[in-house]
Every structure is written in C-alpha cells, then in structure tokens.
Design a protein around this ligand. Sequence first.
Ligand SMILES: [Zn+2]
Length: 101
Amino acid sequence: MSSYLSPSGLNAVKTGNSAQRGVEMQYKSYKYLPKDMLELTYECPGCHKDHTVKVNQYRFEEYSDTHIHIQDAFPELSAAERELMITGICDPCFKTAGNER
Ligand SMILES: [Zn+2]
C-alpha cells in the first residue's frame, strides 16, 4: 500500500481515446469523382511526392466527424492506403523507415 504510486503526469496525457489519436495528417487537396467518390492527395513527408487515395465521400465525412476507426470506415483500403491517410507517409517510405536500411 505504501509503495503505491500515482502517476498524475500520465493522466494528463491519457485523457481519452480521441486524444490518443493525436493530430492526423491533413490532405493537401481533394477532388470529387463520379459515384460519390473523393480523391484525396497527401504529400509524403518522407519523399515529398504526392500520393492519392480514393474513398467514398460520405464515409470520409463520417470518419472526419465521428473519429471512428479508420479500418471500420474504409475496410476496402489497403494497409498502405490507410497509413497514407493517417500519417501521410507513402508505402515505400514506410517500408524504408521500418527496415532501416
Ligand atoms: Zn514517400
């Protein structure tokens, strides 16, 4: 009992699920496509090239408004496409960082 520690500093950081997600990558530009699709362009912070991902515009609005999990909002996207939407990092840069050449 006497050795119980109260990590008050941690509580300040972990305020909730939405806060844990932190700041997400903002897309650089977007354009509307036929069939309610939206093409989002992200500039990769690694290689500074533009990369696009296509999503349903209504689901993207829901995702932006409610902060549901990205895999629930866009189950059809690949892991690399979701990574692009979360961090803006493209697949080649992500693999390079993970494999530390
Ligand atoms: Zn890149």
